[in-house]
Design a protein around this ligand. Structure first.
Ligand SMILES: Cc1cc2nc3c(=O)[nH]c(=O)nc-3n(C[C@H](O)[C@H](O)[C@H](O)COP(=O)(O)O)c2cc1C
Length: 349
């Protein structure tokens, strides 16, 4: 893929052969096949996520394989799969994490899949337990962190790219709140590997800000929910992002750490359930999954759990990915140029 318009140098782009240093991040636990394919087709890196956690492992692995194969039918460009590697209350990595990493590692044994499925993004915990099986493949390993110590640890374990995701991000966020403007430069200065910045990116100026901090690429979650290409989800969700106002989000403890979501009936019920000692981990997972699916598939953004980033307060439209992506990058370039133009050696009072 080539364009004559100016674009941005990025190690991620060079390694994957993608045009724009823009990642559509994991938006689980439901299907994002059409969205991921659209983002990859438009020159960014689309990401699939794992299916609902309530599926038995074999069934879940089969569904993920279907998502992967379906995406391969829709794009011949590189794409990623996100697997959260959270830790349960017993301190062990959640069993589904191993299942899904194995499913991804197994899928890339097929050369037709390996030509497209080029990246695995782990998140929500430390990648230690799954690192060696990923290292045995040609997959680029990106790992999402919310703190500099986690980034250094992931680098020491051999991950290829760090995703520094600030606390304002939608969905599972981090136990210790460090926001993008603090986290991104800290991580960028601490590690030697490329850093993708996530949390609060929605347009040219926010992308330019991340690049000015030294980001190799940016990752967006909430902005991509509000696209016409997010066809696997109910359109109510995109409307909820578009209509969201500052302060309408809340973070609630959810399965493996705090999650930022719409402050609605579902979020309030989840907070109440967290106070109950009689509910097992499995019962809580089932309840939360059902409410996530209610929002994502059925469009119930009142009683459903609807992860959303604070960035939604600056999103006022529902866009087409193919139009949005080149515009995002062109606007970021324009902001960087305008900013450089402000540099002057003349003193004026
Ligand atoms: C609806 C939704 C679902 C998400 N699900 C996941 C997930 O399954 N795995 C994950 O690592 N991050 C998940 N996230 C976080 C995103 O991958 C991304 O890091 C975040 O949205 C970036 O910040 P932004 O929302 O400000 O763009 C989710 C975010 C949203 C909005």
């Amino acid at each position: 893929m080539s364009v004559s318009a100016p674009t941005l140098r990025s190690e991620l782009c060079a390694r994957l052969g993608i045009l724009y240093p823009v990642v559509q991040e994991g938006l689980g636990p439901y299907k994002t096949v059409h969205l991921a394919a659209s983002v990859s087709n438009a020159g960014g890196l689309g990401t699939l996520c794992i299916p609902p956690l309530t599926l038995p492992p074999d069934e879940g692995a089969r569904v993920l394989r279907e998502y992967i194969e379906e995406t391969c039918q829709l794009t011949d460009r590189p794409f990623a799969v996100n697997v959260p590697v959270g830790v349960g209350s017993d301190g062990q990595m959640l069993p589904f994490s191993r299942t899904y990493v194995d499913a991804v590692v197994g899928a890339v044994k097929d050369p037709a899949i390996a030509a497209r499925l080029r990246v695995i993004t782990t998140s929500a915990g430390a990648p230690s337990a799954v690192r060696s099986s990923i290292a045995d493949t040609d997959l680029l390993h990106m790992h999402k962190v919310g703190g500099t110590r986690q980034a250094l640890r992931a680098q020491a374990e051999g991950v290829d790219v760090s995703v520094a995701s600030g606390y304002e991000a939608g969905g599972h966020t981090h136990a210790r709140p460090v926001h993008t403007m603090v986290l991104a430069p800290n991580v960028i200065q601490a590690v030697d590997i490329p850093v993708v910045v996530a949390g609060g990116i929605r347009d040219g100026s926010t992308m330019a800000a991340a690049l000015a901090l030294g980001a190799d690429a940016v990752a967006l979650g909430t902005r991509f929910v509000a696209t016409t290409d997010n066809r696997d989800w109910h359109p109510n969700y995109a409307c909820a992002v578009r209509d969201f106002k500052e302060g309408e989000d809340v973070t609630v403890q959810a399965i493996y750490g705090p999650s930022r979501m719409l402050d609605n009936e579902g979020a309030r019920e989840l907070s109440e359930l967290n106070e109950r000692a009689d509910l097992s981990h499995d019962a809580m997972t089932a309840w939360k999954d059902e409410r996530l699916i209610a929002a994502q598939r059925d469009g119930d953004v009142v009683r459903g759990i609807a992860p959303i980033g604070q960035v939604a307060s600056g999103i006022h439209d529902i866009v087409d990915v193919a139009e949005f992506l080149p515009r995002l990058v062109a606007d970021a370039i324009e902001v960087l140029r305008r900013t450089a133009d402000r540099v002057t050696s003349q003193q004026s009072v």
